[in-house]
Design a protein around this ligand. Structure first.
Ligand code: B12
Ligand code: SF4
Ligand code: SF4
Length: 348
């Protein structure tokens, strides 16, 4: 590689760090055929549940050049969100809600996208004639395999990217660029014989290591799944009302993770609010409370459906009147969950 190309890469890394991305890596815009095969297998099993959008644009998802033929290199960027508290501590406080630590602060989509755009503008200005596109989460991009190839970490047995310096607490974003940048060394798997994440899952959502049946995952059930949640899975949800951190928190590599310095990810409300308080939210109050948070996306009805299930799991007789009120909710899915909770609390 000539010095000019190397310095381009180092300049980008430096600017990315200045913008607050602690980890940055470079890869060719190519994914191996396994990425496509594994995506096909996941979809063929139906493990994506109601996430029908995963079936669309498979070609683009599994091959960067199918999404954008001009792309030459992929820059993977990670922003850490290590919590400054034990994310599982609230699981025992049964009159309270457990909300995933990724969703306690400002929506990472907005925070990461804004930074990616700033970096992109800087690159377009600095490297005239180059073009780029920025992505975080929602585009048809396989972010984890790309980040592994760029050396940010490896896909652990819980399927998420684990970093030696940030553990499991890392959001991912990418810049697809027409610049030819020398790739970094891919990270290798450091899971070894560990299986802590697999054993920690409350709903047994891993049919095998590295493979997730999303339909059983509490993150999917509370965020993506519309309509009533299958009854058999409700008891294991406990008081988790938005996302789930159990498999991530179990990972021994988190001991190297620092607490995130990102002020925007700091909790904006009480970390574990009272279920009774959340059950009382109407549409306007829900929107006001969760404006700018990822939670807003699921809407009041899906959110209160999840709260009703947590109430049913609370074993707390003082929440019976709350369950009673939810059973009469105008939304039929909330009402069904409320009636289920009322039944569960009848003998509490
Ligand atoms: C769909 C989706 C979900 C779904 C499905 C999750 C999943 N694992 O597929 C649901 C709603 C359940 C979900 C949950 C969560 N998600 Co999500 N999700 C995504 C999304 C949009 C696509 C992921 C995808 O392509 N899945 C399809 C499957 C086929 O791909 P895969 O998981 O990579 O599967 C691989 C393995 O199965 C592996 N494999 C299969 N067999 C074998 C065998 C061996 C030996 C090996 C080595 C590998 C292997 O190969 C496959 C391809 O790489 C990405 C964003 C994106 N665009 O990439 C975010 C993303 C993965 N989610 C993210 C987060 C933070 C979460 C949660 C932690 C949120 C929470 N706290 O509630 C949970 C974690 C649950 C979990 N254990 O995965 C982050 C993860 C960041 C990171 N460090 O990895 C991402 C990258 C978003 C982002 N931009 O930051 N998510
Ligand atoms: S997020 Fe929770 S439910 Fe989903 S796989 Fe991990 S531990 Fe299991
Ligand atoms: S908990 Fe263990 S098996 Fe799971 S991702 Fe971390 S190191 Fe790998």
């Amino acid at each position: 590689m000539d010095g000019g190309v190397l310095s381009t890469k180092e300049l980008i890394r430096e600017e990315a760090r200045r913008l607050g991305f602690p980890t940055v890596g470079f890869a060719q815009a190519l994914l191996p055929p396994e990425a496509r095969e594994r995506l096909d297998a996941f979809l063929a099993e139906g493990w994506h549940g109601q996430m029908g959008w995963m079936e669309e644009r498979r070609e683009q998802r599994s091959q960067p050049r199918a999404l954008w033929p001009e792309v030459v290199s992929v820059i993977s960027l990670g922003l850490d969100y290590g919590p400054g508290y034990d994310p599982l501590a609230s699981l025992e406080r049964r009159d309270r809600a457990t909300i995933s630590c990724y969703a306690q602060g400002r929506d990472y989509h907005d925070v990461v996208k804004k930074r990616l755009k700033q970096l992109g503008q800087w690159m377009v200005h600095r490297f005239r004639g180059s073009e780029l596109k920025v992505f975080v989460d929602t585009a048809p991009v396989m972010e984890k395999p790309l980040a592994q190839r760029a050396g940010l970490g490896w896909q652990g047995k819980h399927t998420n990217l684990v970093s030696r310096s940030h553990g499991s607490w890392l959001f991912l974003g990418e810049i697809y660029t027409t610049l030819a940048l020398p790739p970094d060394a891919p990270e290798r798997d450091h899971c070894g014989s560990c299986r802590a994440c697999l054993d920690a899952c409350p709903t047994a959502a891993f049919p095998a290591p590295y493979r997730l049946d999303a339909r059983r995952c509490i993150s999917y059930l509370t965020i993506e799944h519309r309509g009533p949640i299958p009854e058999a899975l409700r008891p294991a949800m406990g008081n988790r009302i938005y996302g789930c951190d159990d498999c991530l928190a179990a990972c021994p590599w988190n001991k190297f993770a620092r607490i995130s310095r990102e002020a925007q990810f700091a909790a904006r409300h009480e970390v574990a609010p009272r279920l009774a308080e959340l059950a009382a939210l109407d549409d306007a109050a829900f929107r006001a409370r969760y404006s700018g948070s990822p939670i807003k996306r699921i809407g009041r009805d899906r959110f209160v459906r999840n709260v009703a299930i947590a109430i049913g799991n609370s074993g707390d007789a003082s929440l019976r009147p709350v369950a009673e009120r939810l059973a009469a909710d105008a939304d039929p899915v909330v009402a069904e969950a409320g009636a289920w909770a009322r039944g569960r609390l009848a003998h509490a």
